[in-house]
Write a protein that binds this ligand. Sequence first.
Ligand code: MG
Length: 236
Amino acid sequence: MISHYIHSFLQDKKYPKFDLKAVFFDMDGVLYNSMPYHAEAWVKTMQELKLPFTEYDVYMNEGRTGESTINAFFPKVYNRKATDEEVQNIYKVKSQYFNQLPEAEPIENVFDFLKLVKNKGLEIFLVTGSGQLSLLEKLNRSFPNIFQKEKMVTAFDVKYGKPHPEPYLMALSKGNFDPWQAIVVENAPLGVRSAIDAGIFTIAVNTGILQDEELTKEGANVVFPTMKSLIESWDL
Ligand code: MG
């Protein structure tokens, strides 16, 4: 069933062919069910500053840097942007709240999907805005023998981050792929935007609280409600 969507994608893009070599995975909301915790920490932090910021806003802004998220809301109340120091302090509070919460569990069935992709002989890349230290160790604990250091794009690699296409373009260049040789799996509107602007076929798995149309509006080529439904539709 996915091949059906790829067929129309190729026609739209006028790509010469589809020659799948790799699948690029976002992390929060795709590999780990971490978004509820991010939402809780952000809303608590922003409420203390009297900033109008809902759980829905957290999901809509997922993928932005902390600074960009803060400055999308701060001027609404304070009529100016937050200073660098304020941004750092606010982000520090958010991180403290986040770190008090339990460690996020893997998204249901995602390990099965990763193994399916690997068994097809496809390369697996991680493309995340996360800047957690020791990310690879964490990934290896949750998903043994799947991820490799040289196949990761993280906050440490990029200048702009999502929704800019930079992170996904960087993954293409790291693997020496053309855009028609990869597929992206995303959960967030801004992540979808980044992948689509990098010219890559993008599957959205709507693991959060957003309406599907938030993902299709940004260009998602197909939206699934769960990893299980993605696995069942995988015909590549
Ligand atoms: Mg995500």
